[in-house]
Ligand binder design. Structure first.
Ligand code: GAL
Length: 697
C-alpha cells in the first residue's frame, strides 16, 4: 500500500504529476545527453528512471566499479531540475556472472537452461546472484543515497517478467524450505496436495521437486504452490535490495509492476504492502479484442493495489511497442487519451519506456518520447502537449476515484482457474474477468478492483467472476456482505474448491450454495463455437450446468443446448440483500444488460447511453475539488451535463460539456463539493459523494 504521495515526490510544497521516462544514457555519447536534458525541459519532464540496466556499465568485471558516467548523468539531470528515479541496476546481470557461475542461469520446466544475450538471465533463488546483486546495490546506495536528484528508488525492473519460474536444483531446494514453512509436516503437505492420487505420496522432503514437465498431467496443488513460492522468492529479492538501500537512504522505494493481460507471474496483492509507492507498467495489447478496456481495467487493478491512493504509471509506449506480433502505432490523440485514462483512474505520475528511441538492441523499433525521426513528429508534439496538460491538471493530484461497485480479482485465482484438466479449456479466468469488467464499463459504471476476501462494506454491488477456489473466509465475507444488504453477482465455475483446490462436495458451488440458493449436479460445457439461447432473449457460449434452484428464483432458462429448461440466470434473496448467479457465459450485450439490471437493482448509477456514445466518465474527488474526467473514444463529438471549470482548455462550463471526438476534458465541478465539503453524515462521505454524482449524471 502506498505510503508516499506520488505528487510529493518531486517537491513536497508544489504538488504536481511526475512526468518522464526510462532514460538510458549508457546507450549514447555524452554530447547527446545535453540535447536530452534540453528537450526534457521542453517537454516538462520531472522524473526519469536511470540505471535500470546499468550493471555491466558500473561493474564491468567482478568487483571493479566505474561510476564516472553515472555521476555525470545524475549531476546533469539535477542541474536541469529533473528528478531521478534511480534503478538499483540489478535487473540484468553482466555476462561475467554466468561465465563465472553458470549455475546462476535459470532452468526451464523441461530442464534446459536459458543463457546470456537477453535480459534477466538469473535464478532468483541463487545465493550467488543475490550476493552479487546486493553488492552492487550497496555501492549504488552508498554513492547516491544522499544525492539531491534522487527522488525514488527503482528496485530491479519488472521483477519476474522473464525469469519468474526457475527449476534448477537450487530453486528446488528453496522450494522445499518454503513448503516446510507452509506445511510444517510432510503429512500436511501430502494431505494438501492430495498425493494419495496416482501414487504421488512423498516419504521425504528431499523427494519433492518443482513441477517440471511430466509425461502426464501434473499435480495441480504442487503447480499452484510453485507459483506462490516463485512470487515470494522475487519479493524476497525486492526486500533484500530495499534493506540495503535503507542503510543509506530514506528516499521512497518501489518497483514497476506488470498488471497486464499477458503476464501473471506474481501475486501483487501480496507485494503491494511492501511498496512505498505503487507503480505499474502498461502497454496496449493488440492481441486482445478490446485493448482500451483492458487499459482501464489494469489502471483500476493498480489503484486497488494502492488501496485507492494515487499511483504511478511507470511505463507505457508513446506509440508502438516491438514485442507483439503486429506492433500497432497509436492514432491521433490516442497516447493522450491513454495517459489521461490512467490519470482519471488514479495515476498521479505518467512515464514512458523510453526517453530516446534506441538505435541498437532488440528494442530499436519500440516507440519513445523522442522518436528516431526527431522533434518534427506527431509523437514529440503529443509528448510536449501531454507535459503541458499535466501541469494544467496539477490540482487533481492527491484526489481519489469514486466507485460504488467492486470487482473481485486475484492472481492466485487466475493461476488456479486456468489449471489444466478442467471441464473446458474455454474457461479462461482473465477473459471472464475482462468480460464482466467490459459489461460494467458498457453501463458507465466505475469499478474498484479488490482482492478476494477484501472488505466489501463500502460497495453497493460486488461482481465475482469465475472465482473457482474459495476459502471459507472469502465465501463467508461475500455471504455476510449480501446478508447485510449488499448485492452480488457471481459467475459460473466460482466457489467449486477450497484454498487447497480440493473440491467441495454435495452439489456445486460448494462454497456458495446457500448464498446463491442453488445446487448444481454436473457441468455441461458447450462445444467450441456452440451457443445456446435463453428464454429472456440472451445468447451464451462456453458453459452450461445442470442446476436446480433451492431458494433462488429463475430469471432465465435455456431454450436449447444440452439442458433445455434448466435455469441459467438465478437470483436469491439472503438477509437484506440479493445474490445473482450467472451459470453460463453470456454474450457481451446480454452480460451488459444483466449486469446493468443488477447494478440498477443495487442502486448504482448507470449511464449506458454515454458509454455507447464512446464516453468514458470517471470522477476523482479530493481536497481541492471534484474532477469529472470525460474521455471520448468515439468518432463523433459527445455531450454531457456538467458545470464548472474545464482545466485542459481553461474554460467555464455552464450546463453542457462537449467532448470532441477522440478528446479528453476534465471539469472541476461546481455541484460536487470537495472532499470534506459534503453535507450529511460525515462518516458516509463516499456514499454522499456517489449520490451527488448520480444526480449530476
Ligand atoms: C518493459 C520493460 C522495459 C521495456 C518495455 C518495452 O517490459 O520494463 O525495459 O523492455 O517493456 O515495452
Amino acid at each position: 500500500m502506498s505510503t508516499t504521495a506520488v505528487s510529493e515526490l518531486i517537491s513536497s510544497s508544489d504538488h504536481r504529476f511526475t512526468y518522464g521516462a526510462d532514460y538510458n544514457p549508457e546507450q549514447w555519447s555524452e554530447s547527446v545527453w545535453l540535447d536530452d536534458v534540453r528537450l526534457m525541459r521542453e517537454a516538462r519532464v520531472t522524473l526519469v528512471a536511470i540505471n535500470i540496466f546499468g550493471w555491466a556499465q558500473l561493474e564491468p568485471l567482478p568487483g571493479q566499479f566505474d561510476f564516472s558516467r553515472l555521476d555525470r548523468v545524475l549531476d546533469l539531470l539535477h542541474e536541469n531540475g529533473i528528478g531521478v528515479n534511480l534503478g538499483t541496476g540489478t535487473s540484468s546481470p553482466p555476462p561475467w556472472l554466468a561465465a563465472l557461475h553458470p549455475e546462476t542461469l535459470p532452468m526451464m520446466a523441461d530442464g534446459t537452461r536459458r543463457h546470456v544475450g537477453g535480459r534477466q538471465a538469473y535464478c532468483s533463488s541463487s545465493p550467488i546472484f543475490l550476493e552479487r546483486a546486493l553488492g552492487l546495490v550497496e555501492q549504488v546506495a552508498a554513492r547516491y543515497g544522499a544525492h539531491p536528484a534522487v527522488k525514488l528508488w527503482h528496485i530491479s525492473n519488472e521483477l519476474g517478467c522473464h525469469n519468474a519460474h526457475c527449476h534448477c536444483a537450487v530453486s528446488a531446494s528453496a522450494f522445499r524450505v518454503w513448503l516446510e514453512a507452509r506445511y510444517g509436516t510432510l503429512d500436511a503437505l501430502n494431505e494438501a496436495w492430495g498425493t494419495a492420487f496416482w501414487s504421488q505420496k512423498y516419504a521425504a522432503w528431499e523427494h519433492i521437486g518443482t513441477p517440471m514437465l511430466t509425461v502426464s498431467t501434473g499435480n495441480p496443488a504442487q503447480a499452484v504452490d510453485f507459483m506462490r513460492f516463485s512470487s515470494d522468492q522475487l519479493l524476497a529479492q525486492y526486500r533484500a535490495e530495499v534493506a540495503v538501500i535503507r542503510r543509506h537512504s530514506a528516499v521512497p522505494a518501489t518497483t514497476n509492476f506488470m498488471v497486464a493481460a499477458h503476464i501473471r507471474n506474481l501475486d501483487y496483492w501480496s507485494w503491494a504492502g511492501e511498496m512505498d509507492v505503487i507503480a505499474n507498467d502498461h502497454y496496449l495489447d493488440h492481441r486482445l479484442a478490446d485493448p482500451t478496456t483492458e487499459l482501464s481495467f489494469a489502471a483500476d487493478v493498480t489503484r486497488g493495489l494502492s488501496g485507492g491512493a494515487p499511483w504511478m504509471l511507470m511505463e507505457q509506449a508513446t506509440s508502438a511497442v516491438n514485442w507483439q506480433p503486429l506492433n500497432i502505432a497509436k492514432g491521433p490523440g490516442e497516447m493522450i487519451r491513454n495517459s489521461l485514462t490512467h490519470v482519471a483512474r488514479g495515476a498521479d505520475g505518467i512515464s514512458f519506456f523510453q526517453w530516446r528511441a534506441s538505435v541498437q538492441g532488440s528494442e530499436r523499433f519500440h516507440s519513445a518520447m523522442l522518436p528516431h525521426a526527431g522533434t518534427d513528429t506527431a509523437v514529440w508534439r503529443d509528448v510536449v502537449s501531454l507535459g503541458e496538460t499535466l501541469e494544467r491538471l496539477a490540482e487533481v493530484t492527491g484526489s481519489r476515484v469514486v466507485a460504488e461497485v467492486a470487482l473481485v480479482f486475484g492472481w492466485q485465482a487466475w493461476w488456479i482457474t486456468d489449471l489444466d484438466s478442467h471441464p473446458s479449456v474455454e474457461v479462461a479466468y482473465l477473459d471472464q474477468v475482462h468480460r464482466a469488467y467490459a459489461a460494467l464499463r458498457a453501463n458507465g459504471v466505475t469499478v474498484d478492483v479488490v482482492e478476494p476476501g477484501a472488505d466489501l462494506s463500502g460497495y453497493r454491488l460486488v461482481v465475482v467472476p469465475a472465482l473457482h477456489s474459495m476459502s471459507d473466509a472469502v465465501a463467508d465475507g461475500l455471504t455476510g456482505f449480501v446478508a447485510g444488504g449488499g448485492h452480488a453477482v457471481v459467475t459460473f465455475f466460482s466457489g467449486i474448491t477450497d484454498e487447497t483446490d480440493r473440491v467441495r462436495t454435495g452439489g456445486y458451488p460448494g462454497a456458495l450454495r446457500e448464498l446463491l440458493g442453488i445446487s448444481t449436479e454436473e457441468f455441461f460445457p458447450l462445444h467450441m463455437g456452440e451457443s445456446v439461447e435463453l428464454d429472456d432473449g440472451s445468447r451464451a457460449t462456453i458453459w452450461t450446468e445442470k442446476l436446480r434452484t433451492t431458494t433462488a428464483e429463475t430469471l432465465a432458462s435455456y431454450l436449447d443446448g444440452p439442458l433445455p429448461g434448466t435455469p441459467a440466470i438465478t437470483r436469491n434473496s439472503l438477509g437484506d440483500g440479493t445474490a445473482w448467479y450467472l451459470a453460463t457465459s453470456l454474450d457481451a450485450a446480454s452480460l451488459a444488460q444483466t449486469l446493468g439490471t443488477a447494478a440498477t437493482a443495487a442502486g448504482v448509477a448507470t449511464d449506458p447511453a454515454s458509454a455507447a456514445a464512446g464516453l468514458e466518465i470517471v470522477l476523482r474527488r479530493g481536497e481541492r475539488g471534484s474532477y469529472l474526467f470525460a474521455i471520448n473514444h468515439g468518432l463523433a463529438d459527445a455531450g454531457l451535463t456538467a458545470s464548472g471549470t474545464e482545466l485542459i482548455e481553461g474554460r467555464e462550463v455552464d450546463g453542457t460539456l462537449t467532448v470532441p471526438a477522440g478528446g479528453v476534458r476534465v471539469v472541476r465541478l461546481d455541484s460536487v463539493p470537495a472532499e470534506g465539503g459534503s453535507e450529511g453524515d460525515p462518516t458516509d462521505g463516499a456514499r454522499n459523494d456517489r449520490e451527488e454524482v448520480r444526480e449530476l449524471l
